[in-house]
Design a protein around this ligand. Structure first.
Ligand SMILES: N[C@H](CCC[C@H](N)C(=O)O)C(=O)O
Length: 287
């Protein structure tokens, strides 16, 4: 396993979603799954997601961003992490507009301040094959899935969507009434989700306000999940529960989500610095 060669990192968060930002541009290096999990497990570099910047291949873009969950899995979208990367780049270069390459496509970002960073999270996908689901469901606004009676009240009929990553949204009267830590992993790994899924409880307070809690695929309970906020917003709009602009309140704070007439999802919120340092030497591989 290659050791880290004096590589700087920034520990940040997006509404409390723990993010490690590592810039590998100009270096011929990438991280193994073992290195990712090792960094996630250390107090100084602990993260829910790690955002790694690599040299881009599309002219005019700032970086290709590779995204890892704490369990080492590589994923294609992280809203909170993308805001942290955008703030980091803006502070380093003075740029306020930038575009990143990700496995889910190009993401444009605008940095007005550390409190107002907007990311275009792209176009939502609702077909069962695009989530993906293991079998055909005609109406992905409510699929036949339920959990219980291990948890009362029963959870059922989630909406599903892909916003660069897969999400299932359960609609509830009170997000605090459920032991999400207990059944989150059951649903994350449910066979109906061949690539697993991020699992959220959504409470629609008004036509402009949703309260959300999320069990994240590959990271567990987090204080915020930006892509889940996007997922809940577009699924609520699709069910005619909300307008096209909503505030989503997560345990760590608020995000503004807009599903534009051009079918793109705009997410606006803050990013916060915590500390910076040099990545620790990776441990020698067990012989
Ligand atoms: N756990 C997610 C990736 C990070 C999403 C979340 N942290 C966000 O802000 O969007 C997944 O496996 O698809």
């Amino acid at each position: 396993m290659q050791t880290a060669q004096n590589i700087p990192f920034r520990k940040m968060n997006g509404l409390g979603n723990e993010i490690l930002v590592v810039d590998l541009r100009g270096r011929a290096k990438s991280f193994s799954e073992a290195e990712v999990k090792n960094l996630a497990g250390r107090a100084e570099t602990h993260f829910d997601q790690m955002m790694v910047l690599h040299d881009p291949s599309t002219p005019g873009t700032t970086a290709f961003v590779r995204i890892y969950n704490a369990d080492g899995s590589q994923v294609s979208a992280c809203g909170n992490g993308t805001r942290c990367v955008a703030l980091s780049v803006a502070e380093d270069t003075g740029q306020t507009e930038m575009t990143f390459e990700t496995d889910a496509g190009l993401l444009a970002a605008r940095v007005e301040s550390a409190d107002r960073i907007t990311v275009d999270m792209g176009v939502p996908k609702f077909d069962w094959q695009d989530i993906p689901l293991a079998e055909e469901f005609r109406d992905t606004r409510a699929i036949e899935l339920q959990i219980g009676p291990i948890d009362a009240p029963i959870l059922h009929s989630p909406s599903v969507v892909n916003v660069g990553n897969p999400h299932a949204i359960f609609w509830v009267e009170d997000v605090a009434a459920y032991d999400l830590a207990r059944f989150g992993p059951l649903l994350e790994n449910h066979p109906v989700f061949p690539e697993r899924a991020n699992i959220s409880l959504a409470q629609v307070v008004s036509r402009e306000h949703i309260i959300l809690r999320t069990w994240e695929r590959g990271a567990g309970l987090t204080k915020a999940c930006g892509s889940a906020a996007c997922a809940a917003a577009v699924c609520a709009m699709r069910k005619r529960l909300t307008e096209r602009r909503v505030t989503v309140t997560l345990p760590g704070g608020n995000l503004e989500i807009e599903w534009t007439a051009a079918d793109r999802i705009l997410m606006t919120g803050a990013a916060t610095h915590e500390h910076a340092g040099i990545l620790p030497e990776a441990p020698a591989p067990a012989t």
